[in-house]
Design a protein around this ligand. Structure first.
Ligand code: COA
Length: 154
């Protein structure tokens, strides 16, 4: 499947919110996506076909030198074709160019597929957030990709 990565625009939002509803029990609303259009600390990238069909997306927030991956989702019909990998590679390129020290994210303990994807991209499990998710209640594994060495404590 041929696809390209583009910055999220207003016209993507109905498809992104439908994708969220398909992928998550606690999906983002259209309003939540709208808020990100004007957020200077957000980088939301959409994977789309050349004729504009939305295949997946990744949302990243950055504050000072810290990067937080808020979400990543790919349409079930187009999984295992490297779309999430391309989105993560783009996030890493952005993070390095922006001088971020790390990228971090939370993932459901039972979501072995996503954890495998993140490990492939250099993310390591660094902690657990107890009972972080609802519907169903579940712990989150905190995974971090360290881009710069941590400073030694003085
Ligand atoms: C997780 C998700 C984003 C992966 O998207 P994708 O486009 O299918 O991922 P890719 O094709 O780029 O996968 C790259 C590699 O990651 C690993 N991987 C991805 N999905 C996997 C799965 N379900 N099981 C095991 N490994 C998986 C594999 O190593 C894969 O390489 P391979 O296909 O050559 O074996 C997608 O399954 C999804 O949207 N899931 C529902 C939403 C979700 O769970 N998001 C994460 C929230 S933290």
């Amino acid at each position: 499947m041929e696809f390209q990565l583009v910055r999220m625009r207003q016209e993507h939002i109905p498809a992104l919110s439908a994708l969220e509803a398909l992928c998550f029990s606690d999906p983002w609303s259209e309003d939540a996506f709208f808020m990100e259009l004007d957020n200077p600390n957000a980088r939301f990238m959409v994977a789309q076909t050349p004729d504009g069909l939305v295949l997946g997306y990744l949302g990243l927030h950055h504050v000072l030198d810290e990067g937080y991956i808020a979400n990543i989702a790919v349409d079930p019909l187009f999984r295992r074709q490297g779309i999430a990998s391309a989105l993560l590679a783009d996030a890493e390129t952005f993070a390095r160019a922006a001088g971020l020290s790390f990228l971090t994210l939370e993932v459901r303990q039972s979501n072995a597929g996503a954890q495998a994807l993140y490990r492939n991209h250099g993310f390591l499990p660094v902690g657990v957030r107890k009972q972080y998710y609802r519907d169903p209640r579940e712990d989150a594994i905190l995974m971090t990709y360290q881009l710069k060495q941590k400073e030694e404590p003085v």
